[in-house]
Design a protein around this ligand. Structure first.
Ligand SMILES: Cc1cc2nc3c(=O)[nH]c(=O)nc-3n(C[C@H](O)[C@H](O)[C@H](O)COP(=O)(O)OP(=O)(O)OC[C@H]3O[C@@H](n4cnc5c(N)ncnc54)[C@H](O)[C@@H]3O)c2cc1C
Length: 414
C-alpha cells in the first residue's frame, strides 16, 4: 500500500463525508448513499457497492468515518456472512436483489445449516429440497438457528441428490423465512436467553433463481460461509458505545442495534469476561491468595498470547496474505481462554458465583459467565472439530478413517 494512495483515499473520503454526512437523514437513506458511493464497503468490488480498495485502505476509510462520527453500513448478525457468500458464488441477479438491502439494514439473515442429526457432521444434512416446476420444495428440520425469529432470509443447506456421495448431494439456497411453510420456534438456553431456534420446513418454497452456485455445489458454497464465520466476519460485535450521539440517524441506529443485538446480549459473557478478572481480584481481595494469583497469571498469559495470534491473523488478512494456521488455532484458543476465565471467576467469587439477580456479584454477570462459556466450545465448530482441522489440514497428519463414502442413501446415520 503506497503512502500516496492512502493520502488520496483519506482526502477523497473526507471530502465525500463533508459533502454528504448529515446525522438528521433517515438511516436507510444514508446507508443507501453509502452503498451507492462504495464508501460503506470500500473493499468490495466496484460493480457491487464497493470501491475495490485493499482491506488496509478500508481501515483508513473507517478512521475517517470515526473522526466525524458517521454511521456505517449495517453489519450485525449473519448478514455479512450472507453477503460474502453471495459475492463469491451468487448470480448477478442475486447480488442485485440482496446486497444493497443487506448494507442498508432493511433485511436480516440467518443460517440454516445445523440439524438435530448433523452439526459437526454438517455434510450429513437430511433436510431435503425437491425440484417441482419453478420451485424447490423444502422439507425437514434445522436447529440452533440464531436470529431466525426475526430474519427475512436464510442461507439454507439442503440435500438435493440422495444417490451422490454426501458432500456432493447438497445444494445451497436463499430461502424466504417469512412464508407459511417455515415454522420458527424459539429455544430457551440454560442462561435464560433465547437466541436460537428450531425451524421446521413443511413444503416451503424456494424459487429456482434462489439456488446459489450449481446444483450439488452446496458444500463448496457453505464452506465459504463457514470460512468467513470462523474469521469472525459475522459482525457479532460488542454493543456500540455511540449511545449519546444526537440526530435521527443515531436514534434509528440505536433502535436497530437493540433489536439486532438482542440475541447476542450474553456473547461477552460466553467469552469469559477476561476484562473483569483484575477488577474482581481487587474487589474480592482474591488477588492476595498465592494460588489464585498463580491461576490469574496463567490466564492472563493465555489470553494475551491468544490476542496476539488473533492480531497476527488480522494483520495478514489486511495485507491480503492467505489465512495461516492462526485462523484454525484462534477459535480453539478462545475456548481455552473462556473456560479458564470461568474457573478463575469461580475461584475468586466462591459459591456466590452461583447467585443471580440484582444483589448477586456484578448483577448476575459472574453466574451468567459460568452458564454461557460452554457455548464457545460448540458454536461455529466444536473444539474436537477444530483439533481435527488443525491435525489434518495444518499439520497434515493422517485423516480419520471414513465410513460415509458412496451414495448418501446407503450411508449409516443417526
Ligand atoms: C450459540 C450457538 C449459536 C449457533 N448458531 C447457529 C446458527 O445460527 N446456524 C446453524 O446452522 N448452527 C448454529 N449453531 C450450531 C453449531 O454449529 C453446532 O452446535 C456445532 O457445529 C456442533 O454440532 P452439534 O451441536 O450437532 O454437536 P455434535 O456434532 O452432535 O457433537 C457432539 C459431540 O461430539 C463431538 N464430535 C462430533 N464429531 C466428532 C469427530 N469427528 N471427532 C471428534 N469429536 C467429534 C463434538 O465435538 C461434540 O463434543 C450454533 C451453536 C451455538 C452453541
Amino acid at each position: 500500500m503506497s503512502k500516496v494512495n492512502e493520502a488520496e483515499v483519506r482526502a477523497e473520503v473526507r471530502d465525500w463525508l463533508a459533502a454528504n454526512w448529515d446525522p438528521d437523514m433517515p438511516l436507510v437513506e444514508w446507508r443507501g448513499k453509502l452503498a451507492d458511493s462504495g464508501w460503506g464497503m470500500p473493499q468490495w468490488p466496484k460493480e457491487w457497492y464497493g470501491r475495490g480498495l485493499p482491506a488496509g485502505l478500508a481501515r483508513t476509510v473507517e478512521e475517517e468515518f470515526a473522526n466525524v462520527g458517521a454511521v456505517g453500513v449495517a453489519r450485525s448478525g449473519v448478514r455479512l456472512l450472507a453477503a460474502a457468500t453471495l459475492l463469491e458464488h451468487g448470480t448477478d441477479a442475486q447480488k442485485k436483489k440482496y446486497l444493497r438491502r443487506i448494507l442498508t439494514g432493511e433485511d436480516t439473515w440467518c443460517q440454516f445449516f445445523s440439524e438435530p442429526g448433523s452439526g459437526s457432521d454438517l455434510a450429513g444434512a437430511t433436510t431435503r429440497a425437491d425440484l417441482q416446476g419453478d420451485f424447490w420444495v423444502v422439507n425437514g428440520q434445522k436447529v440452533w438457528t440464531t436470529s431466525a425469529h426475526h430474519a427475512d432470509h436464510g442461507l439454507l443447506l439442503a440435500r438435493t441428490d440422495w444417490d451422490a456421495p454426501k458432500h456432493e448431494g447438497m445444494s445451497f439456497f436463499v430461502i424466504d423465512v417469512k412464508q407459511p411453510g417455515v415454522d420458527v420456534q424459539q429455544l430457551r438456553q440454560m442462561n435464560g436467553h433465547a437466541s436460537f431456534n428450531q425451524v421446521f420446513f413443511t413444503d416451503a418454497k424456494v424459487p429456482v433463481e434462489n439456488l446459489v452456485g450449481k446444483i450439488g455445489d452446496g458444500w463448496k458454497v457453505a464452506t465459504t460461509t463457514l470460512m468467513h464465520e470462523r474469521r469472525g466476519a459475522d459482525g457479532l460485535l460488542p454493543p456500540s458505545k455511540k449511545g449519546t450521539r444526537v440526530g435521527r440517524i443515531h436514534a434509528e441506529e440505536r433502535v436497530e442495534n437493540e433489536k439486532a443485538n438482542e440475541p447476542y446480549k450474553w456473547y461477552p459473557q460466553r467469552a469469559g469476561r477476561v476484562d473483569l478478572i483484575l477488577e474482581r481480584a481487587k474487589e474480592t481481595g482474591a488477588g492476595k491468595d498465592p494460588v489464585v494469583r498463580q491461576e490469574i497469571a496463567k490466564l492472563m498469559i493465555l489470553a494475551k498470547s491468544a490476542e496476539w495470534t488473533a492480531r497476527r491473523a488480522r494483520a495478514a488478512q489486511r495485507q491480503g496474505r492467505p489465512q495461516g494456521p492462526e485462523g484454525s488455532l484462534g477459535k480453539l484458543a478462545a475456548s481455552h481462554v473462556a473456560r479458564a476465565c470461568a474457573r478463575v471467576h469461580t475461584m475468586m467469587t466462591g459459591t456466590d458465583a452461583l447467585l443471580t439477580g440484582e444483589d448477586s456479584p456484578r448483577n448476575g454477570v459472574i453466574a451468567e459467565i459460568l452458564v454461557s462459556v460452554p457455548a464457545v466450545s460448540i458454536a461455529g465448530g466444536t473444539d474436537e472439530i477444530q483439533r481435527n482441522i488443525i491435525a489434518e489440514r495444518v499439520l497434515q497428519m493422517p485423516k480419520e478413517p471414513r465410513f460415509d463414502t458412496g451414495p448418501f442413501r446407503n450411508v449409516r446415520r443417526n
